[in-house]
Design a protein around this ligand. Structure first.
Ligand code: AMP
Length: 192
């Protein structure tokens, strides 16, 4: 499988762009945030633990996140063309674990696409989303915390993939279609 990592601050449009990529290239969208919210919706003990972490804007511990991700990947259909990792890896340690998982399964992460959006714009997008999303982390205080966590813990992931020559920065400002065109320029070489 040739997999793709979609990276960017909260509110940078990863979910929206993933939908368009799925539509055009038939990749499978794997959002770790969605995975965790599905666990919360089960109202299990694990879900309650996860909810307490997410609603404060913190990241799940790496080992917990990696276990959940591996379990999910094992349940995916066998002949998948490729996965869009949305929201994973979020720490350098997760990146190391993902690359080792790829090696073990004979797959690869072809590229990391880093969606760049002005911080003011991401905050506004998330506040707007919070009016309808029902997400416990889409409120102003938690949004600011999530951005701090992003800069501190997730930005090093970009450097990790830069060193592997797999890093592509994409301007995430503008209309949904214009942003997709920029992503598509990268993907058509990989998947067509
Ligand atoms: P997202 O939907 O990607 O914005 O993720 C929502 C929240 O889920 C994040 O703020 C984290 O609390 C948690 N989360 C999602 N992905 C990860 C990950 N890869 N590692 C740790 N926590 C995560």
């Amino acid at each position: 499988m040739r997999n793709l990592i979609l990276c960017g601050a909260p509110g940078s449009g990863k979910g929206t762009q993933s939908d368009l990529i799925v539509e055009k290239y038939g990749l499978l969208h794997l959002s770790t945030g969605d995975l965790l919210r599905a666990e919360i919706a089960k109202q299990s003990e694990l879900g309650q633990k996860i909810d307490a972490i997410i609603s404060k804007g913190n990241l799940l511990p790496d080992d917990m996140m990696i276990t959940l991700l591996e379990q999910h990947i094992a349940s995916l259909p066998e002949h998948t063309k490729g996965i869009i990792f949305d929201g994973f890896p979020r720490t350098e340690n997760q990146a190391i674990e993902l690359e080792s998982l790829m090696k073990r399964s004979g797959d690869e992460t072809a590229v990391l696409i880093d969606l760049h959006v002005d911080e003011k714009e991401t905050i506004q997008r998330l506040i707007n989303r919070g009016k309808t999303s029902g997400r416990s982390d889409d409120n102003e205080d938690t949004i600011r915390k999530r951005l701090v966590v992003y800069h501190k813990q997730t930005e090093p992931v970009a450097d990790f993939y830069r060193k592997l020559n797999k890093y592509q920065r994409v301007d995430g400002m503008g209309t949904v279609d214009s942003i997709f065109q920029r992503i598509d320029e990268i993907l058509k070489d990989l998947y067509c």
